[in-house]
Write a protein that binds this ligand. Structure first.
Ligand code: M6R
Length: 598
């Protein structure tokens, strides 16, 4: 993962570098560092921890003699979290930052650094030292960089500075990197949206690109033209406003972003998209939904939707599994990739793999400038806007909305649902923001659930049918931000093993909408209570009160809005429990917002 920044031939370097790195911090926050750059002069400062730590170290320093800077925020892959493994790696001649993984670094170490005494832990440090070794023989920097590219294997983006010529090279293979230019300098970033306040024109590097910056000139080493595109300004997306954390701000944004997304689908978008779908779904055998983490849970919900409203076969795949599977090329399938960031390495690689087999690919994302959007045949956009909290909330519910719309469009095209049903389902989707607003207003149960969680050693989420993926999602939210042990189970599976976990120290949260499986899930609750477990049940139907059972009454649901209704309270209880535990909610330990390594 990691984020990299470069600001070349500019001023206010300290402020700008910290500003861009703070926006890239979602990509990793184990350590951070910057190299200030000038002719034959490199000054590097690194710190373990977040950008705020690095910012503090920089306050007492001047660095006015420098005209450029490169910087890095790290999510540790190879080598522990330490100052030694923090980027940039530098000496007085070269400074280098990298995002990604160099897979053959052990081989390179053996080949080029045999006589090296120092214990080298990280892949990037290996590359830095190899580059220094190679530079003893290859004096021309263009040739040196080409040699480096020819010997490294992996997914990466690099910025490499040579102080003798003041040239900066940027290399991309797999990991994202963009460059922008304006009158006061040249800017590089792993995420172009981190640069919007500095540049309007952006070039997204392609795999295999080697871009050189020398005396304000940007050129491609293989002679290709660097063509800049206009980038839309992102207004105030990096501000928490009056909220304590991005996560809670993003939870409360849901009615607004869902409304905005639905409005877009109700206007012109689906007119055009529907025609494309008509062609694509002729003779179609199946849809395959692909994602990781929360996005995978959206895939599971899509499967329930499609089984309910269409006659098409649907399957779901973890991107990390799909990318290494043999897939048949005989089937006429559409692959739908779901990703908040549009940059998740496993999802991106699975998309490229599936595309190489000739399948049509659709990406569902809110990151409309992302690599997946550029790779996929069709984009189904959501307007969740930028999501900063590591725990996905509004991006998830907007993904559900996109998938619900996709499903009913297909159901309509294939005449699996009547015109009347189609209109009603559309109306149900339009009503979702109002229902969510109501749920957000009525949160009096939260303290009680937080207190039950505080007195429990583990929490299990139990549900059936369309809310089963929401149980998995609730469990993921709880464990990632509070670190409490948690699992999600399909109600019917409890007797096949998980019920052995139940005792008086365990809390079970049961999602029980009023549908044909209501009684079955009620039996699950009874069985847990009978074994001394504590139960919180979210349901639109009131049942008789019982010892150790806390009931929370939910608004009446339809099949299509059920997953939305049951997601919101789980986001809230995870947030408030984590707040109570005092964890780092927006940047939980060991995680990063965008998983751009395998
Ligand atoms: O950016 P993506 O949607 O592709 O990310 C996928 C997962 O890494 C992500 O959903 C992760 O599970 C979240 N932290 C969950 O809240």
């Amino acid at each position: 993962m990691c984020g990299i920044v470069g600001i070349i031939n500019s001023d206010n370097l300290k402020i700008k570098a910290i500003n861009v790195l703070s926006k890239l911090e979602y990509r990793g926050y184990d350590s951070a560092g910057v190299s200030f750059l000038a002719k034959n002069n490199i000054k590097t400062i690194t710190e373990v921890g977040k950008i705020s730590q690095l910012s503090k170290s920089l306050t007492s320093t001047g660095y006015n003699a420098f005209d450029s800077v490169i910087g890095h925020t790290r999510w540790a892959t190879h080598g522990i979290v330490s100052k030694n493994n923090a980027h940039p790696f530098s000496n007085q001649k070269i400074s280098l930052v990298c995002n990604g993984i160099i897979e053959n670094y052990s081989e390179l170490k053996l080949k080029y650094l045999k006589n090296y005494k120092k214990n080298i832990e990280s892949d990037t440090e290996t590359i830095f030292l190899v580059l220094n070794e190679l530079s003893k023989k290859i004096k021309d920097h263009n040739k040196l960089i080409q040699k480096l590219v020819s010997i490294i294997k992996g997914h990466y983006a690099f910025l490499i500075y040579f102080s003798d010529t003041q040239e900066i090279f940027s290399l991309k293979s797999g990991s994202p990197l963009s460059v922008g230019k304006n009158a006061d300098g040249i800017y590089f970033s792993s995420d172009p949206s981190a640069l919007t306040e500095y540049v309007n024109n952006i070039y997204h590097l392609q795999d295999g690109d080697i871009i050189k910056v020398s005396v304000n000139t940007i050129s491609h080493l293989n002679g290709k033209k660097v063509i800049f595109e206009n980038q839309a300004k992102v207004v105030n997306e990096f501000s928490k406003g009056d909220f304590k954390h991005f996560m809670i701000k993003e939870i409360y944004e849901q009615p607004h972003v869902i409304k905005k997304t639905q409005k877009y689908y109700d206007a012109d978008y689906f007119l055009d998209f529907r025609n494309k779908l008509k062609d694509l779904t002729n003779n179609l055998d199946s849809f395959v939904f692909v994602g990781c983490g929360t996005a995978y849970h959206a895939c599971l919900v899509a499967k329930y939707y499609f089984e309910q409203f269409t006659d098409i076969d649907v399957s779901c795949e973890y991107a990390s599994e799909l990318r290494y599977k043999n897939i048949s090329t005989k089937k006429n399938s559409i692959y739908v990739f779901i990703s908040q960031s549009g940059e998740t390495m496993d999802t991106l690689m699975a998309l490229k793999y599936v595309k190489s087999k000739g399948y049509t690919t659709i990406v569902v994302t809110n990151s409309l400038e992302s690599t997946m959007v550029r790779e996929a045949n069709i984009t189904l956009p959501t307007f969740a806007m930028k999501e900063i909290g590591v725990a996905s909330t509004k991006a998830f519910t907007c993904q559900l909305l996109a998938l619900a719309n996709l499903c009913i469009e297909i159901g309509n095209i294939r005449k699996n649902i009547s015109k009347k049903e189609y209109i009603q389902l559309k109306q149900d989707l339009k009503n979702i923001p109002t229902k969510i607003t109501k749920i957000l207003k009525n949160s009096s149960y939260i303290d009680k659930v937080v207190s039950l969680l505080s007195s429990s050693k583990a929490c299990y989420f139990i549900a059936r049918n369309i809310v089963f993926p929401i149980a998995l999602e609730g469990s993921l939210k709880l464990k990632e931000i509070s670190y409490m042990h948690s699992e999600g189970f399909a109600g019917g599976e409890m007797k096949h093993g998980p019920i052995a976990l139940i005792d008086k120290n365990v809390l079970s949260i049961c999602l029980n909408p009023k549908n044909k499986l209501y009684e079955k899930s009620s039996s699950n609750c009874e069985e847990i209570l009978a074994r001394g477990g504590k139960v919180v049940v979210f349901s639109s139907k009131k049942s008789s009160s019982k010892k150790n059972l806390l009931q929370i009454i939910m608004p009446k649901e339809n099949y299509i809005d059920t997953p939305f209704i049951y997601t919101i309270p789980l986001q809230l209880i995870s947030y408030y429990f984590a707040l109570n535990e005092g964890t780092d909610i927006d940047q939980p330990r060991n995680l990063a917002k965008s998983v751009t390594v395998e």
